[in-house]
Design a protein around this ligand. Structure first.
Ligand code: IYR
Length: 226
């Protein structure tokens, strides 16, 4: 396959502008928290779709863009998702999670109840597209497939950009991964080459929303200079 190239369209900034941009971004991002208490207030859909376009600008393995973002606003579907997720989480908390895991989760104050899944006006369900079927094999064998590379890494980066874009737009989010999540394929009618990656409730935080008093690691703890 031949490749064509175009000039990179991104101007170099002055150092002052760069510094101001870096600081403004950090100042905004440091206020991001995982929110578990949502207001049912509606959010304009175009704000959500713009944030998804930002997520779609993510780098990906071999530029295969192996992601699908399903935006759920229908109240019945959100309720179905809540019921299915709570069924799994009840099993997790009551039987499947080892004691050690429950101890690690204790500071977050979580349990199997997931009210936010029906309160938040949107659930964005992110799927990773593990491979793509590219047509039927002419001699009746299995379909021909395009393998995707670095799928989890690519989708993880896209989700990071999505969470940043939503937060930057003034919205509250939660990265939620009820386990197992295959009920999402069934409820949302997604094919089996798409695997649920994360479920993100999106909306405004409830007025009385509280978050655990956690400490972020300092720069010294997360960065080394060599
Ligand atoms: N999925 C469960 C448990 C849970 C797991 C992790 I790792 C967290 O960071 C938080 C919760 C739940 O949502 O309650």
């Amino acid at each position: 396959m031949s490749t064509s190239f175009i000039p990179l369209d991104y101007p170099r900034l002055s150092e002052d502008t760069q510094r101001a941009a870096a600081e403004a971004f950090y100042d905004r991002m440091r206020t991001r928290r995982s929110v578990r208490h949502f207001s049912p207030d509606p959010v304009p859909l175009d704000i959500i779709t713009t944030c998804i376009k930002a997520a779609g600008s993510s780098p990906s393995g071999a530029n295969q863009q192996p992601w699908r973002f399903v935006v759920v606003s229908d109240a019945d579907i959100r309720r179905k998702i809540r019921i299915a997720a709570e069924r799994e989480e009840k099993e997790n908390y009551e039987r499947r999670f080892p004691t050690e895991w429950k101890q690690a989760l204790a500071p977050l104050g979580t349990d199997w109840k997931k009210e936010y899944l029906s309160t938040a006006p949107y659930l964005i369900v992110v799927f990773q597209i593990s491979y793509e079927d590219v047509g039927l094999n002419t001699i009746g064998g299995p379909p021909m497939r395009t393998k995707h590379y670095y799928v989890t890494e690519s989708v993880g980066i896209a989700v990071g950009i999505l969470l940043s874009a939503l937060h930057h737009a003034g919205l509250a989010t939660l990265t939620h991964t009820p386990n197992p999540m295959n009920f999402l394929n069934e409820i949302l009618g997604r094919p089996k080459n798409e695997r649920p990656y994360v479920l993100i409730p999106v909306g405004y935080a409830a007025e009385d929303a509280e978050v655990p008093n956690l400490r972020r690691k300092s720069l010294d703890e997360i960065m080394l200079q060599v």
